[in-house]
Design a protein around this ligand. Structure first.
Ligand code: CA
Length: 225
């Protein structure tokens, strides 16, 4: 999943970035409301963690603009201002959840998981294709009961493909879903991950087909035709 963290307190931002990366997400961070507004128009995020007290453009304005553009991306609002009015204003502006500072990271992580689950119910637990079982929360894959050893990137590629099983996923789409701004990953790297992943999941009866010029498609073996 690709997340945008908008937070101008460097200590809090650092903690959030580490926690979300440790959960296996691609994370972009900005301390500016203006930059957040631009990024949200440009990139497909799965979730936004948004501080309200930001210089130049307030978090509430970022949120109002986002919803005015008819974006349904889930937004978890953070604020130091834990008054009822602020909470109501945040929810009215289109926040999906609300957490007052100071907060505990485990609580934030649980709320992020809940928002992502609500957004994509099919990803809540396990996905199965052929004999391949994908445990999304545990970020692991199994052939029957046997765990398939995957790197974090390989699992990311598998997740993106599985979410759109049977449909073609472009390399650029994969890059967008897998990487943040400060990570240098090219389409060549995607080819390498796909190559490795393909070998690992083939025994489970699942194939990654290359659709020349377009991208990749995840399918059960024997169903291509
Ligand atoms: Ca702030």
């Amino acid at each position: 999943m690709r997340l945008l963290i908008v937070e101008d307190d460097p200590l809090i931002a650092d903690g959030l970035i580490r926690a979300m990366r440790a959960s296996g997400h691609a994370v972009d961070h900005t301390d500016s409301g203006v930059e957040a507004d631009q990024a949200l128009r440009q990139y497909p995020y799965d979730l936004v963690i948004l501080d309200l007290g930001l210089p130049r453009m307030d978090g509430l304005d970022v949120l109002r603009r986002l919803r005015a553009n008819r974006s349904g991306v889930p937004v978890l609002v953070l604020t130091a201002r834990d008054s009822l009015d602020d909470r109501v204003a945040g929810l009215d502006a289109g926040a999906d959840d609300y957490l007052a500072k100071p907060f505990d990271l485990p609580e934030l992580e649980a709320r992020v998981r809940a928002l992502l689950r609500r957004q994509q119910p099919s990803l809540s637990g396990r996905m199965q294709l052929g004999e391949l079982v994908i445990d999304v929360n545990g970020r692991s894959a199994y052939h029957g009961n046997r765990r398939i050893e995957l790197s974090s990137r390989e699992f990311g590629v598998l997740e993106v493909l599985a979410r759109r099983a049977g449909r073609v996923v472009g390399k650029d789409q994969m890059l967008d879903a897998l990487t943040g701004w400060d990570e240098e990953v090219g389409t060549n790297a995607i080819e390498v991950y796909v190559h490795r992943l393909r070998k690992k999941i083939e025994p489970a009866g699942v194939n990654i087909r290359t659709v020349r010029g377009l991208g990749y498609l995840l399918d059960k073996t024997g169903e291509d035709g």
